[in-house]
Design a protein around this ligand. Structure first.
Ligand code: ATP
Length: 268
């Protein structure tokens, strides 16, 4: 390796150190200077100067603008762990979760191309509470394990980790340094879901109705982003939110990463 680092007033190249045990020992902390990556993207760097990883939750009702806010925070340097993306990954054909779902709900939930027919799953579980609990029992442990694995991979970095967990309130997650709630009038969320995301109005309303209320969500918020304005206004609030995150004290490095395992959660 030929990366240059300052050491005791000298700038040395890592490749210079192989023959010098003394320098090798002094430079040991710099040995792991490679950034940590998910795929090609750099998501964190080994901890420097006492800075530590911090984990912030992001939540909001369906269509409130979580993904839009998450993307803006990622632009500013946050590392995103998205529960919805993980749900989709653990349900890919060939996974144990996919197999367990087919066993429980039958081949009717498999689309012609072999993937999961999400509409068929929704039709089964939203009509029957017991089936919904069965689904949660299959999916949630796998999602929780995968989230823990990703958080663990970042635990020794100084990353600002954003955990986008739509059902954070319903699931009573805890242990985060702060919770951001994206707040919007449910009527506006319905309008946006219908206009931009192709939802049927009735479906959008039914999904909102199954989630925690606006007040329940606001009750757990450490920072509220009001997304009732246009995208420019949202951007300005995200900027303030990023400053707020920067002002938070980073927690002491602890032992192993505790799983954030939800209770009472419902998919929606
Ligand atoms: P879900 O719960 O389904 O994951 P979400 O909370 O992530 O939804 P987004 O997908 O970010 O919500 O936003 C819903 C739709 O509303 C998107 O099409 C998005 O582009 C649009 N949208 C978000 N915020 C605004 C805004 N301030 N002005 C106009 N459109 C917006």
């Amino acid at each position: 390796m030929s990366v240059r680092r300052r050491s005791g007033g000298f700038t040395v190249s890592m490749s210079d150190t192989s023959s010098c045990p003394c320098l090798r020992a002094r430079l040991r902390p710099y040995r792991q200077i490679e950034p940590i990556r998910y795929g090609k993207r750099v998501v964190g760097r080994p901890r420097r100067y006492g800075r530590r990883v911090i984990e912030i939750g992001l939540t909001g009702g369906i269509g409130s603008g979580k993904s839009t806010v998450a993307a803006l925070l990622v632009e500013r340097g946050a590392v995103l762990i998205d529960a919805d993306v993980i749900v989709r990954e653990v349900q890919e054909p060939g996974t144990p979760v996919f197999a367990a779902m087919v066993e429980r709900f039958g081949p009717g939930i498999v689309a012609a191309d072999g993937s999961l027919d999400r509409a068929a799953v929704a039709a089964v579980v939203f009509a029957d509470r017991e089936q919904l609990e069965a689904l949660n029992g299959i999916v949630h442990p796998a999602v929780s394990d995968e989230m823990t694995r990703r958080r663990q991979a970042l635990a020794a970095t100084d990353a600002t980790v954003l955990l986008d967990i739509p059902l954070l309130v319903e699931s009573k997650y805890s242990g985060l340094a702060g919770v951001i709630v994206v707040d919007v009038d449910p009527e506006l969320a319905v309008e946006r879901l219908v206009r931009h995301r192709g939802f049927a109005e009735e479906d959008a309303r039914a999904r909102i109705g199954r989630q925690a209320s606006r007040d329940e969500r606001l009750a757990v918020a450490d920072f509220v982003i009001d997304n009732s304005g246009d995208l420019e206004e949202l951007r300005a609030q995200v900027e303030k939110c990023w400053e707020w995150i920067g002002s938070l004290e980073r927690p002491e490095p602890g032992g192993p990463v505790e799983p954030i395992r939800g209770r009472n959660a419902a998919s929606g």
